[in-house]
Design a protein around this ligand. Sequence first.
Ligand SMILES: Nc1ncnc2c1ncn2[C@@H]1O[C@H](COP(=O)(O)OP(=O)(O)OP(=O)(O)O)[C@@H](O)[C@H]1O
Ligand SMILES: [Mg+2]
Length: 350
Amino acid sequence: MSEEKPFVRVSGVSKEFDGKEVLKNVSVDIWEGEPLGLLGKSGSGKSILLHMLRGTEEYAPTSGEIIFRVAMCPACSWVEAPSKAGNVCIKCGAKLELKEVNYWKDAGMRKKVKRAVAIMLQRTFGLYGDDTVIYNVLQALESRKYPAEKRFRRAYELLKAVRMIHRITFPASDLSGGEKQRVVLARQLALDPMLLLADEPTGTLDFETAKLVHKALLDTTKGGTTMLVTSHWPYVIEELTEKALWLDHGEIAGYGDSKKVVEDFKKQVEEIEREEYVKLGEPKIEIDHCKKYYYSIWRGMVKAVDDVSLTIYENEIFGLLGKSGAGKTSLARIIRQIDALTGGSIKIRA
Ligand SMILES: Nc1ncnc2c1ncn2[C@@H]1O[C@H](COP(=O)(O)OP(=O)(O)OP(=O)(O)O)[C@@H](O)[C@H]1O
Ligand SMILES: [Mg+2]
């Protein structure tokens, strides 16, 4: 085992799409066993860097290089994390050797290394919807040629680790978003990856469900899987990682201790918000004691909007918040001048 060299070295990597530079001279080291966070606003280049590490063809860097240090079996090309060099290959019994792979220069080696890299995608779950939860995990084990006689036990262990035993015979399509994402995690872990790339793994989930998935991610990667997780939510990065890289318009804006990086990121976001706030213009929409009543045969008089006054300024982003049936849509219809008022007035400056 060698401590002084990183597991993955990303060095001076840039990427252009249609003449636009979307990653600019990014360098970062990923250390074995250390979860790394990628923080940045939407469009900052997080997913691009992730797909580049995954080895997806269209994300080949325009310049710069990525070096993977791995333990590889000289007989069957099985790949593990570098600390496993010298160990016996679990597939064929030969001795694993340390290898440095120039990922985007050596397509043959990239193909071999790629097999040991797993990914959880941003918006798609990648499950077999009609098949059961357990089948989904068994299928992943089969694809990785896990010994047939041990597959069921392993699938059970993995589903237990992500706390999905209670849904083992459900079709995947009947699961909630958080449950699906936990099955995806079990499937990725079934691949026994040396590196797990998680692209906004909880981006579409509510806060409580996200917490469950985060816990499953932390519990299951503790065993030695190195993880790289992206998010535009500072709390996710803080919760899941110790070190973080902050990307802004494809460039490194910060790197180091996750807490510190998150603090700096939040400060910048607040500053931008403050600047935008100052730029508010003249009143654009003035609503004065506005009323909208409906008369329904069944429900009698319905006061959809009852005596609402507000002013919306130019450049302002105004939120209408309320429970279902509170009158949000009715008020929006009035502002769009689809519905006439029952009382009050509305002035809209052209
Ligand atoms: N395949 C592609 N072809 C062309 N442009 C792309 C491609 N993928 C990403 N981009 C562009 O690169 C920039 C960075 O995109 P990226 O998906 O990495 O952002 P992100 O940080 O992951 O954002 P989000 O938080 O919204 O997921 C964007 O301007 C995007 O439009
Ligand atoms: Mg993304």
